[in-house]
Design a protein around this ligand. Sequence first.
Ligand SMILES: Cc1cc2nc3c(=O)[nH]c(=O)nc-3n(C[C@H](O)[C@H](O)[C@H](O)COP(=O)(O)O)c2cc1C
Length: 199
Amino acid sequence: MTRILVLYYSSYGHTEAMADAVAQGARDEGAEVTVARVPETAPDEIVEQAGFKTDHDHQTIEPEDLPDYDGIIVGSPTRYGRLTSQMAAFWDRTGPIWQEGKLVGKIGASFTSTASQHGGQETTHASLQNNLLHHGMIITGLDYGYEKLVDLSEVAGGSPYGASTIAGGDGSRQPSETDLGGARYLGAKVARIAKKLAG
Ligand SMILES: Cc1cc2nc3c(=O)[nH]c(=O)nc-3n(C[C@H](O)[C@H](O)[C@H](O)COP(=O)(O)O)c2cc1C
């Protein structure tokens, strides 16, 4: 069976909700899916002060577990138009598997969350995908087969670079059905490609 990893970081739950939707899409294609988060690196007092989510829905994973999967979909909220330091710290620990080329040829994709509509989604995708490219992975995005990408009737995430949501300045906007649909579409697409590559 095709094994897909959905790997995420989320301070306030928006990216976590997107991770679950990505996973659902991959499961709908018959893949065996693991959803895991990268470890928190912020000190406890900052986590408390900033009100980060601590009742996580998923366990953490270690870099040496990555080669177990046929496809890896990574998600992080934006920090100044790039991935979080928590997600970067995780990839900074993948040197040994990079050295052995353990992820070369696997399929990958990304998802993100920003506070504002133009707050750096595409550059955050790029910063997530850079890690996968350096590992020799094949990258796919959210193609226009997801027709909501050209729907201008509502504020929505999603772009050819990957799935996304918009949290609002105070975090009050939750991922919409359109955002979650994009995440499911991406998860399903990665699962199908992983299956083809394995065959
Ligand atoms: C230090 C910092 C920098 C941020 N930079 C941006 C930014 O450049 N653009 C933006 O739209 N949102 C920015 N945000 C808001 C986060 O992206 C937002 O809280 C996140 O998308 C919510 O996702 P989460 O619930 O998964 O943590 C920033 C937040 C922090 C704490």
